[in-house]
Design a protein around this ligand. Sequence first.
Ligand code: TRP
Length: 444
Amino acid sequence: MDKRKMHGVWASRWTFILAATGSAVGLGNIWKFPYIAGENGGGAFVLIYLLCIALIGIPVMMAEVLIGRRGRMSPINAMRYVTSEAGLHGGWTAIGWMGVVAGLMIMAFYSVVAGWAVNYIFALASGEFSSAVGTVSTGYFDALLANNGKQAMWHSIFSFMTFAVVAAGVTRGLGMVARVLMPFLFVVLILLLGYGVVEGDFAAAFRFLFEFHFEKLTWNGVLVALGHAFFTLSLGMGAIMAYGAYMPDHSSIGRTIITVGLLDTVVALVAGLAIFPIVFATPGIEPGSGPGLMFVSLPVAFGSMPLGLIFGTLFFMLVTVAAWSSAVSLIEPGVAWLVETGKFNRIKATFLLAFVAWCGGLASIWNGAIFNALDFLTAQIMLPLGGLFIAVFVGWLMKRDVVAKEMDGEEHPLFEIWRFVLRYISPVLVALVMGLSLYSKLFG
Ligand code: TRP
């Protein structure tokens, strides 16, 4: 069978936008962005992050979708197709392989954090945090981290949820759920933002996130911002390539991806503006609290607001759904590839990969150093490298007319600008930031 027709296409451009946004918006926006902004001093970090999204993330995202749609297969086989179409050495297929591995590595800590969120649904519903103060919520989170069995249980539940949806096929399963629930996540974030304005220290939060203090920024912080731009857009490992493979022929890649990038950025900024007012108004919680930031600050707010029990429970349910619709895209590339080999059906392929990721998750629960190493290796090394290669491949090696045709962009000034950025700006910036932060690690 022609592999290029194997997986079908999304029903419309909007289905693609929603699926891609479902992949992009997740723990990266709500859990990770606020805490790394907190650890890296706020304003200057946020500015660098926004620049990375605009100058690297969005242009590379277009390139990644373009490869996927051109190849219409899993990232590994799509890379194989476009590589041979361009008459290049098969080694470029490594982008696809590295992506499959990176996806499993990310899943191995992502589903642990998602497991925490599932745990918090029940913690809030049971009234654990009614009129809690900072020390109570911090104590609760520390106790969860110290309880490996409990973490493993929630991690397993979340892993199973992901398995079930990928096995059922992404479009029918989660597509529906995410489409209905993601807008609610946004509504609850806005509500928290309102709470922060009224009850929290909103002015301090705003200053923290948007006032530049360049003296607080390090080369390492710049690399964290760059890595996060890839992470939050689901970029550099083929997730968006796999989704691009199912994109209708005649929808504009440019406009579609800009929409997804903007939605993702707005959710991250609103999450930051919702979390930090509480952080600054609560003694015992610092902006640099690390991965627990969301889990220690928000329960304090829910504990003291009217109907907080209900909103808090709802909030963590929605975070779980957001994480769920992201997690499926972490194993989809590998699953699509296994199915294309003809040796696995979808259910077996999904089971195999979900099992590997599940084992990795147990390892990162058992030893926090593994959790950190997986996060570091993927977000700060593999994703930026994947993105760099994708930019070079589409910018320099694919035939110009093929690229122009996929972008609908022949002679269009925006097409020329995009191609210029993809050739001369995005890859140079990625290489520069990676090089300089390595240099400052070694000699700084
Ligand atoms: N973007 C998601 C988030 O922000 C995480 C994610 C899903 C991801 N798929 C990915 C990150 C692929 C990197 C690559 O939570």
